[in-house]
Design a protein around this ligand. Structure first.
Ligand code: EPU
Length: 415
């Protein structure tokens, strides 16, 4: 078990550089093998999910070189194998091998995906999509087997605009003769990044970033280089850290267009921020005002920042209501925040937060990635020592978080 230790109460000051997007790169790595050629991915975050995905590639006889500036994936000698191993259950994004291996080999055998516990996380929309493309599947003791004689293009309507299902169906459709259409597709910036990457390799995808994506099948793909977009959730996380405890924090290499919902809410709560092209300068206000938020699919307020803004709102002067509309049980961090002194109650998938609360450092546990980040924020506020157990969750998605926070003056370390 890894622990993060924070001695809080320090005003942060300095520059934080944002890494490449986790939720983009975890799809780009499986997608890279669609070309059976060499791909270089630049701006890859240093996170454990990337390491696990690269290990999975090796099982498919794909070679991976991790350099300082890029990772190079050579899939010229790829061989089909069943992907049943513990590694697969370590992360959610292992499910992208479904679409990719179906496109390459017409079959895939895989563990059901793992990842953070946020309440039920079904993959029925992925499977319904594959079925519409002429696949059959069975699930036996946690192992999913999907196969087809031939993928056939079709029109797929997603009941929910699911990020993972949209990406997986794009992958499966890449080589299908004719046109496949995804209706009610997810519109997240990561989807645009992944479609751009596939198009660079020679795919023909139109409409990514809108609710209708059209994939016209191509015969083959070729290698390319790609620079991953900035991580909007990491950016948002540091913006929230800055809103709580920064004298002045400059957040570099970010894209403000991807964070309009958060920016609007922070302005409403009185936070001082200045946007300057690809950087944002942020400092804590004299008084944080309470706000109400409902999470929503992009461009709405991201569920991935819900737990972290909840920690910030413990410091607001008044009552905030934060309603979770994507994952009804994404509140496990609140028990830990309460241990630190927060006044929060959960009702009907909403957190009702009464502030300001004086937070004190105690021993807490990270239950998931973003819940872990919310405890880091609380630890930065609390005046004494906070120990965050099970910090592995945090390292799954925040590259170099300890160095980045030490760089702006935080007293934080890892054990
Ligand atoms: N859903 C279904 N059936 C499906 C798929 C999704 O009912 O087959 C439901 C989910 O239960 C959820 C909603 O649809 O209520 C949206 O889920 P979505 O499929 O969009 O989520 P995901 O693809 O599994 C990605 C990110 C999550 C992020 C969500 C929502 C990756 C690897 N994960 O998950 O990121 O919360 O989109 O934006 O891209 C994180 O980074 O901490 C994280 C959890």
């Amino acid at each position: 078990m890894r622990k993060i230790i924070i001695n809080g109460g320090v005003n942060l000051e300095g520059i934080v550089n944002i890494s490449g997007s986790k939720n983009s790169v975890v799809a780009l790595i499986p997608a890279a093998i669609l070309c059976r050629d060499i791909v270089r991915i630049y701006n890859c975050p240093h996170i454990s999910d990337v390491i696990v995905l690269c290990e999975i590639l090796k099982d498919l006889n794909v070679s991976v070189k991790c350099e300082e500036e890029f990772i190079e994936i050579d899939s010229s000698n790829i061989e089909y194998t069943s992907l049943v191993s513990e590694k697969m259950s370590e992360l959610r994004a292992s499910y992208y091998f479904m679409g990719v291996l179906l496109a390459l080999f017409n079959q895939v055998q895989i563990n059901l995906p793992g990842g953070c516990y946020l309440g039920p996380r079904p993959i029925d929309l992925h499977l319904k999509g594959f079925k519409t493309l002429n696949c059959d599947y069975t699930i036996d003791e946690g192992i999913l087997h999907i196969k087809t004689n031939k993928l056939i293009g079709n029109q797929i309507f997603l009941d929910i605009a699911s990020v993972g299902a949209t990406i997986n169906i794009m992958f499966a459709s890449i080589f299908i003769e004719g046109v496949t259409v995804i209706e009610n597709a997810a519109k997240e910036p990561e989807i645009v990044d992944i479609a751009n990457f596939l198009n660079k390799m020679g795919a023909n995808i139109k409409g990514a970033g809108t609710s209708k994506i059209k994939i016209t099948g191509v015969k083959t793909l070729k290698g390319c280089s790609h620079f991953v977009i900035p991580d909007r959730i990491e950016t948002g996380t540091y913006m929230l850290f800055g809103s709580a405890v920064a004298k002045e924090m400059i957040i570099n290499n970010m894209n403000p267009n991807h964070l309009q919902a958060l920016i609007a809410k922070l302005i409403e709560s009185g936070v001082n921020l200045k946007i300057d092209n690809n950087r944002i300068i942020i400092s804590k206000p004299e008084q944080i005002l309470p706000i109400n938020i409902k999470t929503a699919v992009y461009p709405g307020f991201p569920t991935d920042l819900q737990q972290i803004i909840t920690a910030l709102m413990t410091q607001a002067h008044g009552t905030s209501i934060i309603s979770e509309k994507i994952y009804a049980s994404r509140f496990k961090n609140c028990d830990e925040l309460i241990k630190m002194g927060a006044n929060i109650r959960i009702e009907n998938a909403s957190a009702i937060i009464i502030g300001p609360a004086k937070l004190s450092g105690v021993e807490v546990a990270a239950s998931d990635l973003r819940g872990g980040a919310s405890l880091v924020l609380a630890g930065l506020i609390a005046e004494n020592k906070t120990t965050i157990n099970y910090s592995e969750h945090i390292f799954r998605g925040y590259g170099d978080i300890i160095n980045k926070l030490q760089g702006v003056g935080a007293r934080i370390s890892v054990k």
